[in-house]
Write a new protein. Structure first.
Ligand SMILES: C[S@@+](CC[C@H](N)C(=O)[O-])C[C@H]1O[C@@H](n2cnc3c(N)ncnc32)[C@H](O)[C@@H]1O
Length: 253
């Protein structure tokens, strides 16, 4: 079993965690770039993309949403600004402070998107304040993340926590119970299924091992733990991990 850096005298900040884990996360995404396509497409399931939209993806990791849109957007001339809070991913995204000023024009974004990240944000209100500064009136905000109930949060905070040097402790929020800021008209909050797709269970295990930065000691238990806590099924000639997220769609009033 690996030693947790978080068990030592200093507690790691998330910036440190992704400094250490970002490279592995990025390699897994580079090796299986389409595995999470459904997670990205679900962001737009209620409000499809329009022509020429100006999107901000924050924090963007290594720019995976942008890569997805480049594959999917067809003729739409969409611009994606990628902002990231940790330099540990790929260098593709500009690194900014979560609660500081960002290199954007005020009220210039048609949408701000934050995927799989709010559980790393200690002060969501302050981050949302920033969203309010940079999204235009009538523009959209999408936040999607793991919900507190269920096997995915357990997988992250028990299994990933145990098998990573950094540990994993997320702040999972019940979006339905949050007090959202007045400027934000929350239009819909719902759980959306977004299975991660692979050709084989070997690929599925390799992806999860890298994405979550797991140690060697995790290998023998990873597939059975995912089966138990998340769910794995055969589908369309491949294998799917039953990932799901809570998606919040809102508009700046
Ligand atoms: C699981 S990754 C998600 C990245 C990307 N949106 C995706 O869907 O692949 C989690 C993100 O949280 C970021 N993060 C959140 N809060 C942070 C903080 N306070 N300091 C550094 N990074 C933070 C990480 O840098 C990383 O981009």
């Amino acid at each position: 079993m690996q030693m947790h850096l978080a068990d030592s005298s200093s507690t790691l900040e998330y910036g440190d965690i992704f400094l250490e884990r970002g490279r592995q996360y990025h390699s897994a995404m580079a090796r299986f770039p389409r595995a999470r396509d459904r997670e990205f497409s679900q962001l737009f399931s209620r409000f499809p993309l329009g022509e020429g939209e100006n999107i901000v993806d924050v924090p963007s990791g290594g720019g995976y949403l942008s890569d997805f849109l480049a594959r999917e957007k067809g003729h739409k001339s969409i611009r994606v600004t990628e902002l990231e809070f940790s330099p540990g991913f790929s260098g593709q995204s500009q690194v900014v402070e979560p609660y500081g000023a960002w290199p954007l024009r005020l009220e210039s974004a048609d949408r701000i998107i934050s995927l799989a990240s709010s559980h790393h944000i200690a002060d969501l209100d302050r981050l949302l304040n920033n969203f309010g500064v940079y999204v235009r009136p009538g523009g959209l905000v999408h936040i999607a993340d793991v919900s507190p109930d269920g096997g995915i949060a357990s997988f992250l905070d028990v299994f990933v926590d145990r098998h990573t040097t950094t540990g994993h402790r997320g702040i999972y929020r019940q979006f339905e119970r949050l007090e959202w800021p007045d400027w934000l008209d929350v239009i819909r909050i719902e759980t959306r299924s977004c299975p991660w797709r692979f050709d084989s269970s070997e690929q599925l295990v390799a992806f999860c091992h890298g994405l979550f930065g797991l140690g060697k000691d995790a290998w023998p238990h990873l597939e059975s733990t995912l089966e138990e806590l998340v769910g794995i099924r055969s589908a369309n000639g491949g294998v799917e991990l039953d990932w799901e997220l809570s998606y919040m769609d809102a508009m700046k009033v």
